[in-house]
Design a protein around this ligand. Structure first.
Ligand SMILES: Nc1ncnc2c1ncn2[C@@H]1O[C@H](COP(=O)(O)OP(=O)(O)OP(=O)(O)O)[C@@H](O)[C@H]1O
Length: 348
């Protein structure tokens, strides 16, 4: 088990920069999610860590061992990396046992106990060991892929969107099973995803990637509640962004007067409020602003309500938990804000 440290990594393809000075430290035994839109360089970053591609500059280190620096690169097969791709990773003509032991030295392949231990670790029944991949569900296949990645006791496990091909029901259970197994094995891991809920719910730290740069690396709670800029704010969750004037630690905006987190900020600004901070009232409130319900989206566990601030203010989104009585479309309600707003420079 070892930490992973990437410093100033750059990579271009045909003159187009894909990684632009990426710094990332993944503490030993922890899971970091790299979150970013399609094409931002996530897979390239994993490939560089694994040694499948060399960067143009920077360093990659596993613990104290530098596995890449310009002019010197440790071959992929000597890096002790486990790789779990999106899907289709298993050899279709091999049983679960043969898949798991495929990369092990011949002497270890016969050790049935290691297979049993790995199946237990990833939450699969021992009876599945003689099955072929086509006899498994997608979620079971991904767990076998993880067991295979963990079999040689790698220093680092890399997971490239490993749950994206699974349907919603299987995805949640497989996510939990896989992260539980990674933690039980004490493995240092990097998970690449474009799904913000997955990144926030599974990882110890989240790195938000944009156009080849890691623009924020923080705990899930900090990334969500203190996003570095408005683009990160919108990428990691639904955001209400409003123009505001800040003074005396308060933001004056279309939703009234709201305390701000950054007391240094003064003058024109933009403020971020999360939809769950908005409270909907059907009776008048002293600090309430009037809004008209435009649209309701019901999700079961919660609902989002789009409202137009009256008389002609912007529209905002509120999130309400299940069980709360929802106002009907086109009704007028009062809105208040709980908690603080986060401030950003005003748009020009
Ligand atoms: N071998 C390659 N040759 C040329 N261009 C490449 C190569 N690999 C990746 N790219 C380009 O680099 C950019 C980043 O690709 P990458 O696969 O790292 O993105 P990603 O964030 O993983 O995207 P996705 O979520 O869609 O998989 C893309 O514009 C892609 O076309």
């Amino acid at each position: 088990m070892t930490a992973l440290t990437i410093t100033g990594v750059t990579k271009s393809y045909g003159g187009t920069p894909v990684l632009q000075g990426v710094d990332l430290h993944v503490p030993q035994g922890s899971l970091t999610a790299v979150l970013g839109p399609s094409g931002c360089g996530k897979t390239t970053l994993l490939r560089v860590i694994a040694g499948f591609a060399d960067p143009d500059g920077g360093t990659v280190a596993f613990g104290n061992e530098i596995v890449f620096r310009p002019g010197r690169s440790t071959k992929a097969q000597h890096r002790k990396v486990g790789y779990v791709p999106q899907e289709g990773a298993l050899f279709p003509h091999l049983t679960v046992t043969a898949n798991i032991t495929f990369g092990l030295p011949r002497t270890q392949r016969k050790q049935g106990s290691r297979v049993a231990e790995l199946l237990e670790l990833v939450g699969l029944a021992a009876e599945l060991s003689d099955r072929y991949p086509y006899e498994l569900s997608g979620g079971q296949q991904q767990r076998v892929a993880l067991a295979r990645a963990l079999a040689p006791r790698p220093a680092v496990v890399l997971l490239d969107e490993p749950f994206s091909a699974l349907d919603a029901g299987l995805r949640e259970a497989t996510r939990r099973g896989v992260t539980r197994a990674l933690r039980a094995a004490g493995t240092t891991a990097v998970l690449v995803t474009h799904d913000q809920a997955e990144a926030l719910s599974l990882a110890d730290q989240v790195g938000v990637m944009r156009q080849g740069r890691l623009v924020q690396l923080d705990t899930p709670a900090t990334v969500y509640s203190q996003p570095r800029d408005v683009d990160v704010a919108g990428f990691v969750g639904e955001a209400v962004l409003l123009p505001a004037t800040i003074h005396d630690g308060q933001a004056w905006c279309a939703l009234g007067t709201i305390p701000v987190t950054d007391s240094e900020h003064r003058g024109d600004a933009q403020v971020l409020i999360r939809p769950e901070q908005l409270r909907i009232h059907t009776t008048d409130r002293p600090n309430g602003v009037t809004a008209r319900v435009r649209e309701i989206n019901y999700y079961g566990h919660d609902a989002t309500i789009r409202l137009d601030l009256l008389p002609e203010g912007p529209s905002v989104v509120a999130r309400v938990v299940a069980g709360q009585r929802l106002p009907g479309p086109h009704t007028d309600v009062q809105l208040t804000v709980s908690g603080n707003a986060v401030t950003y420079p005003a748009t020009r």
